[in-house]
Each structure stands twice: as structure tokens, then as C-alpha cells.
Design a protein around this ligand. Sequence first.
Ligand code: FAD
Ligand code: SIN
Length: 540
Amino acid sequence: MDHSSDFLVIGTGIAGLSFALRAAEHGTVTVLTKGQPIESNTAWAQGGISAVLPEELRAPGDSCESHIADTIDAGAGLCDSQVVEDIIRGGAETIEELITYGVEFDKASHEGFSLGKEGGHSERRILHCKDTTGLSIAKALIERAEAHPNITLLSEHFAIDLVTTGRLGVVTDNRVIGAYALDEVTNQVITFRSDRVVLATGGCGKVYLYTTNPDSSTGDGVAMAWRAGASITNMEFVQFHPTCFYNPAATGAEARSFLVSEAVRGEGGILINAKGVEFTKEHDPRGSLAPRDIVARAIDHEIKKTGAPCVYLDVTHKPKGFMKERFPHIYNTLLSFGLDCETQPIPVVPAAHYQCGGVLTDVNGKSSIRGLFAIGEVACTGLHGANRLASNSLLEASVVARNALSEMMRLYPPNKPTPEAPPIPQWEHGDTNDPDELVIIYHNWDELRRLMWDYVSIIRTDKRLQRAAFRVANLRQEVREFYWGHRVTADILELRNLVAVSALIIDCAVRRKESRGIHYTLDYPKKDDRFLTPMELRRF
Ligand code: FAD
Ligand code: SIN
């Protein structure tokens, strides 16, 4: 079965839907998402979106220059300063746009917005909707997209692979011309044709055993782009959030992944060890509010030093009712797990949170393959460098979505015919459908996520990386055989992508023989400026 549109967007987070809503003013847009549209990192975002507002609305003393400097400081030498400048300066317009879509950011008691603070920010500049900012944004965008006559939003459509003319044997004109996707309800694979394809598939937190990410974050976009031949970069920079709720009794993925927002520290929450000592001060004078890489490493160090399973985020000194009012989602969720954070410190551990690397793009989301754009967490524009500043990711996704549409209209306007491409062949299924074999998938999922956690997380060494590389190569071979022999299912597709992305993370980590930002290795504990250029992986 074939389906054709002017624009094909894969993913329904802030990146994909911000793009789709704009593109729909210029042509037909098909938006695919696996599962339901609300299942995204976007919907789980808590702290908010950073932006320097017009002068009368921003915190006294704040400026774009200050936000730029904080972003570059967190990025540890690897940010592209022009990209940082372009994206930060787009903040006020993004907030305006989100408000027109119906997002209601919290107001302070006076006329202005209530502005939060997070690690690494020198000023209050985070707009939020209590502690469920992402959910408010996601709901507003989904509602708009579903109502737009030019947008066809297809849930439960799992994009499998991109189709390029190069892969179909054209040697003179390599460009993207569509994608295959699995209809998760009928189990049919459908061909989606378009000369303008946007990957907005989010990150890859599920590569790790412990993550703050929802189940949708399996690195599908990076894996698809890699298989299609796009350049990938900076995958060694996986950000670990310092404060994931430590809940050993939890069973469901959601309970194990529950984030306690950095904004809680921005409002005075303090990290302490079991003896009540504020240990982060030994690592950075900014203590609990130092950038994430520093705080996550400080916690890791503390846990290893003391043998304790976790540290604590203490807000018991805040006035009674404060947490319930400012962070109701966190307060109530913790309460549902039996913890009253107004009277008890919250046990926390670091967990994989954000993919700073990804598909290499410019500030307009343009990848190395013609017609293929990547926006949001799947992409690496150069904004985050070696470590993302908190709340810069919703901002980046929205600004780059806007840029991407302008760039596409300039380069490939739908009303300008493109050279005819060869017909896209129908998908060919592997035949076997043996449920007994499914144990291989579940076993390999677990093995992969555990080995990535043990060998490729906050503290790395050459030896651990080599071990991981060896095991991932074996898993890759097994998964490849399974993939080609069986009918595709969402589980096997995700495992195939997780394995591919794990290999990319390891490859990048092995090459970076220094410690910078979130990549820390005991074998090369210092920065080495010979590694100042981002490393690009290409598949020939
Ligand atoms: P996502 O929102 O993850 O959307 C990706 C979409 O692609 C999903 O709909 C997914 O189902 C779909 N998809 C994936 N693969 C496929 C496929 N193969 N086929 C079809 N569809 C597919 N950032 C901030 O700036 N501020 C915050 O306060 C903040 N808080 C966070 C809290 C949590 C708990 C988490 C996990 C992240 C947080 N982040 C925050 C990061 C931020 O939420 C994400 O980086 C951002 O939302 C990514 O948006 P996106 O549109 O790129 O991807
Ligand atoms: C948080 O609320 O702590 C997450 C913010 C982010 O990841 O940017």
C-alpha cells in the first residue's frame, strides 16, 4: 500500500508537531507516530522551557548574552557558538508561538510570567506550567494538529527505514524519497512517499537500564538515518539526570523512571548524603545547582564512596504547602509511592536522560542527505556541545522546527517539481512468525540495557568500552539474523535500533580519548583540546 504527501514527519513530540503545523500552511503533511501521539519525551518534560523574554518580561539582569554564555559554559567547548546564538535569540518567538497554540505558562502574582531556575543557569528564565510543562505543550500541539485539514496524523505507525534514491541504485542523485512504516494494528508495512522527510523521533534513553525516558525513546531516528547513510555525531554525550526517584520496590517502567525536576533544586532543594552532608559543594562551588554532568558525577562518586544505594534531595526546609503548590505532579506522585517530600528527603539516583548527539544537522535541521531534516532530540545542531544546559531542549526543538520549514521552502518548495525517482519496491517480509523465539528479543533487550549501564554510563574506561563493544557486536549479529528471518514487530524493530545506537555511542566514546562534559573516562581524566572538533561518523 502506498501513501504520498508533500511533507512526511516522523514523531509527534514538540519538534515534529511544531514543524507539521507550520508546514501544513504550504502543503499536505503526513505525521507518523509509533504508539499514541502523547507518548513522547515532550509529554514528560517537567522543569520547563528556557527563553529570554522581551525586556519588560524577563528577570532584571537577564539577557540573551547571559543565556548564550551559560549554554556555552555547560557545553564544555563543543558548542557551535553561532548556532547557540541563533537558537537562544529565537526563544521569545517560540514562547509567543506556544501561547498562540494555547499553552498557558504560569504567571507570577504580578503581570509577568513565573520564571524558574535550573542547574547552570545564572538567571531565572524557565517558563513552566507547574511541573507538567511538557504535557501542556504536547496536548496543545496534538489538539491543533488533529484539527488541521492538511495534516494526516497516523498513530501506531512505526517508521522502519528511510528510502533514498541511492539505495534504489541511482548514483547521480542521492536524496530521501520516503519511508517504510509498520501499521502496528494490521501488521502491514506501508510505503510513505515524500521528497521532504523530517525525523523528529526523540532520543535513546532506553539504551540504558535506568532512564528518565518513556518507552518511545529507543533511538529509532538515529538508527534509521545511520542506515540511510546520514552523518551522525557526538553520540558519546548521553546526559544523565542527577535526580531520578530511587524506588527499588517499583515494578512498572513509569515508576522506575520518575524524574524529580531540576527546578526543585532551583527553588532551594539540596542534595545530601545519608549523613545529611551537602556533598556536591566538594565538587563545585555551585553545589546542587552546578551543571548536570558535575552533579551526576558527584552523586556517582558519593554512592561508590559510601556504598549507599542513593543520595537524597531535601526540600523539608521549604515552607509547608510549597511543594504541593509549585510541584503538584512530583508531590502527588511521590505521595502515591508512600513518600511525603515535605517531611522526608527524596531518595534519588542519576539516570540516562538526554541524547546530546545525533543526526548531524545545521541550525535549520538539514542533514547530510538531501531532503532529509532532523529536529529535536534526534539531531545534533551544535547547541548542546558536550553537555546540554537544562531546559534548552524544548527551546531548540521549537526554534529549529521553524528554521527547518523556512529552509525546506527555500530549497525544495512543494510546487517545484523534483526529478522523477524510481518506484519504491514493496516491503518484503521475513516469513517466520515463531512466538517461541520471542525470548531472544526480551533477553537481548535486558542484556543490552544492562551492559550499557554497567560499561558505558557515567564513568567510562577503555576496558569497559572494549567489553561493551564486543558484546554489542555479538548482539547485533543475533538481532540481524532474527530481523531478516522473522516478520517485523515493534519489539524487534526497537531492539534492532537500540543495538545500532549502542554501537554508535560506544564507537564515539572509544574515539574520544579525553574527558569533556558528560563523557568522562578514568583513562583520560582531563580535557584534551585535540578533540575540540565534533567527531562525525559516516557510513559508506
Ligand atoms: P519526543 O518528544 O521524544 O517525540 C518523539 C516522537 O517520535 C514520539 O512521538 C515517538 O513515539 C515518536 N517516534 C519515535 N520513534 C518512532 C518511529 N520509529 N516511528 C514513528 N514514531 C516514532 N527538556 C526541556 O527543555 N525542559 C524540560 O523541562 C525537560 N524535562 C524533561 C523531563 C523528562 C522526564 C524527560 C524524559 C525529558 C525532559 N526534557 C526536558 C527533554 C525534552 O523533553 C526532550 O528532549 C524533547 O521533548 C524532545 O522532543 P522531540 O520532539 O525531539 O522528541
Ligand atoms: C527537569 O525538569 O529537571 C528536566 C529539565 C531538562 O531536562 O531540561
